[in-house]
Design a protein around this ligand. Structure first.
Ligand code: FRU
Length: 491
């Protein structure tokens, strides 16, 4: 693949060439290598002809592209989304002499049916053999897909969540050997329905500041997200080995932008560590028509790897807290530092950062709880075209954060929503803004990750100037700003 093009993300994963959608099969092996598979069309830059592409990484930023891992057997088959587990105890019987056997659980899509199949790998996840007894679940439906499997230690069972997509139902199945599956329960008509439920995930997530683990069920919906197309929602709750029960009936959306879909949690995160999540950073409303440069011949990137916890501090109750996984392996030099911005502006030309990728943060303290005033805004601008990506925060009242990609010129499409906002961000006297910009993807994290958004954007000239400015802040409010250049993980 050519990773030099103007739109090519430098610290985000994107496929060597051609079209990528959902992350699949994410697991960590015993040596600490992260395996990322993905929905992949190796012959075109639109969806179709679905395979499982594959890449590996030690730090979740530097990826090594691997050979395609799972292929369809005929042109009318598609290897659709799914998951992978490490069968350390050889429950499947595929691995008599090893502890590092990998089983992939995926949907086989044909015009006649969607069934759940498995394939096993004796070489640690690089090549797979399809199980001769496939399918392992078949219900005579064309809308039944995206199995995600975890190990449930209290019952010593594998647990699968899988979507009856057009019945707005997540089926829960259990198994002791990954081959025979028993239907245990359904989770139906919850939260936002959209037009389909896709890509469910069930995971345990630690509560911030405690050792308590809570189950979270994530469900992606498409089309029919509140802002159009696709988005991911989540349900905090409990799971007893057969039934998932949500804490309440609320729909909680994982992202206030439009480019966060079909995300997965890695299987095998060591006990005591928060789960790590990667989503497809796009939206089915426009993913197949967004610009790709002449050099590039690829479409779609993954989100940053994210570390996830839960918090119960806003008025809406449990929030998924999501922050970039340790960026230290891609940090370059700090290019700006201002510990007393006051009601001032920091102007930064970062055209010397070869990757074009930058991390920035602004920490605001001393915010009063009454008569709060002021704004904190940022603008990334292209010195060649004048295009800009902008956002900001109002400190007074029920004040929202806003983000605007509408002044970027390279993609004009009715579904490519310009403006996003979020509210209900708690302050506690302080506020933190963190962001990563990476050529054609921007990710923003508010107040330690209680709210976050991904926004893809397709500029005609590279963004290379940053302005961060605060205005009208109450006396005593302090703003400190730090900006780092990031090193390309692909150079
Ligand atoms: C979600 C999805 C899945 C399906 C896959 C096909 O984006 O539609 O439901 O398995 O993509 O590529």
């Amino acid at each position: 693949g050519n990773y030099t093009g103007a739109l090519r993300p430098q610290i985000h994963f994107s496929p060597p060439e051609h079209f990528m959608n959902d992350p699949n099969g994410m697991f960590i092996d015993a040596e600490g290598t992260y395996h990322l598979y993905y929905q992949y069309n190796p012959t075109d830059i639109v969806a179709g002809n679905q395979h499982w592409g594959h890449a590996t990484s030690k730090d979740l930023y530097h990826w090594e592209n691997q050979q395609i891992a799972i292929f369809p057997d005929t042109p009318e088959e598609g290897i659709f989304s799914g998951s992978a587990v490490v069968d350390v105890n050889n429950t499947s019987g595929f691995f008599p002499n090893q502890t590092n056997g990998v089983v992939a659980i995926y949907t086989l899509n044909t015009p006649q049916e969607e069934t759940q199949e498995i394939a096993y790998s004796t070489d640690g996840g690089y090549t797979f053999t399809k199980y001769s007894g496939n399918p392992v679940i078949s219900i005579n439906s064309t809308q039944f897909r995206d199995p995600k499997v975890i190990w449930h230690a209290p019952t010593s069972k594998w647990v699968m969540v899988v979507s009856y997509a057009q019945e707005f139902t997540i089926g829960i199945f259990t198994s002791s050997n990954l081959k025979q599956w028993t239907h245990a329960s359904n989770f139906t008509n919850q939260g936002l329905l959209g037009l389909q439920y896709e890509c469910p995930n069930m995971v345990t997530i630690p509560m911030n500041g405690t050792n308590e683990l809570m189950y979270v069920l994530m469900i992606s919906i498409n089309p029919g997200a509140p802002q159009g197309g696709s988005i991911t929602q989540y349900f905090p709750g409990s799971f007893n080995g057969t039934h998932f029960t949500a804490v309440d009936n609320a729909a909680r959306i994982a992202d206030f932008g439009k480019d966060n879909y079909a995300g997965q949690f890695f299987y095998g995160t060591p006990d005591g560590q928060p789960p790590i999540f990667i989503a497809w950073a796009s939206n089915w409303e426009y993913s197949q028509v967004v610009p790709t440069g002449p050099l590039e011949n690829w479409r779609s990137a993954m989100s940053l790897p994210r570390v996830n916890t839960l918090a119960n501090i806003t008025r809406t109750g449990y929030d998924l807290v999501s922050l970039p996984y340790d960026l230290s392996t891609v940090y370059d030099t700090q290019i700006a530092k201002n510990s007393s911005l006051g009601n001032g502006t920091l102007l930064l030309d970062y055209s010397t950062v070869a990757s074009g990728a930058v991390y920035f943060e602004a920490n605001v303290t001393g915010i009063p709880t009454i008569n709060t005033t002021g704004t904190l805004n940022f603008t990334f601008t292209s010195s060649t075209t004048g295009e800009s990506l902008r956002g900001g925060f109002f400190f007074g009242g029920d004040t929202p954060f806003w983000l605007d990609r509408g002044k970027i010129g390279g993609f004009d499409n009715p579904f490519f929503t310009d403006k996003f906002s979020t509210n209900n961000i708690i302050s506690n006297g302080k506020f933190q803004l963190q962001g990563v910009i990476d050529r054609s993807i921007f990710e923003v994290f508010l107040d330690g990750g209680i709210r976050s958004a991904i926004a893809t954007f397709f500029p005609e000239g590279p963004l290379d100037q940053l302005a961060i400015s605060a205005g009208d802040l109450n006396p005593g409010v302090k703003v400190s700003v730090n900006v780092w250049g990031l090193k390309s993980a692909w150079a």
